[in-house]
Design a protein. Structure first.
Length: 212
């Protein structure tokens, strides 16, 4: 069974940059935001028709995951950056449609991708990126979770499909991951980390998860 990791955070919190140490020859990058990556030299590491694809189409992403699973054994890591772009693509492509069905289809499209991410070959790690949203209730309590489109996805709670959810943050000039819930949906397997925060490097997380 593959491992699925979710990284959430506000724009500029270091979500994409945290992937800088992934080995390009073993990584396939799905750039749903279509904005390119955030470090010097990435264009030499990730090349179209080789290990880089710009698309926010849910069906294309799903089929790409399935193809990598069976036809690209050298690929060990797949990145989807971001799930929000997939939602927006689906929503805007059907914006003239009325009724309940399109919101059900949107929820299913995202759920299907996340569900597949947990069922691929054992040596694959699927890394999904998403924007974060802060909610506050009437008492002033606030919590941070993945930003979604539509109430159906809120009811599903996308984070529940992941055993590892990282909250990317910029704190006083340092970029970190929160790995445990601190008014957020961040979580990691028990015993994976000794502290509540770690440096912003996905390879540290992947190494720690090898025992789980």
């Amino acid at each position: 069974m593959s491992k699925a990791i979710l990284i959430i955070g506000e724009s500029g919190a270091g979500k994409t940059t945290s992937l800088r140490n992934l080995p390009p020859k073993e990584t396939f990058y799905i750039d749903a935001d279509k904005k390119g990556l955030s470090w010097k030299g990435w264009k030499q590491q990730y090349i179209a028709n080789t290990n880089y694809l710009r698309t926010s189409n849910a069906e294309t992403i799903k089929n790409t995951l399935l193809a990598i699973n069976t036809k690209a054994p050298h690929i060990k890591y797949v990145v989807i950056d971001t799930l929000n772009a997939v939602m927006i693509d689906n929503e805007f492509s059907r914006m003239k449609e009325k009724g309940y069905d399109k919101w059900m289809d949107l929820a299913y499209a995202i759920y299907d991708i996340v569900d597949i991410a947990n069922t691929l070959r054992e040596d694959l790690t699927i890394i999904c990126l998403a924007h974060a949203q802060v909610e506050r209730d009437d008492t002033g309590y606030s919590w941070t979770h993945m930003k979604t489109s539509g109430k159906k996805l809120d009811k599903i709670v996308v984070e529940s499909k992941f055993t590892t959810v990282l909250l990317a943050k910029a704190v006083e000039g340092d970029y970190i991951f929160e790995v445990r819930a601190n008014n957020s949906t961040a979580k990691t397997p028990m015993g994976a980390f000794d502290s509540d925060t770690i440096p912003n490097d996905i390879m540290l997380v992947i190494e720690a998860l090898k025992e789980f």
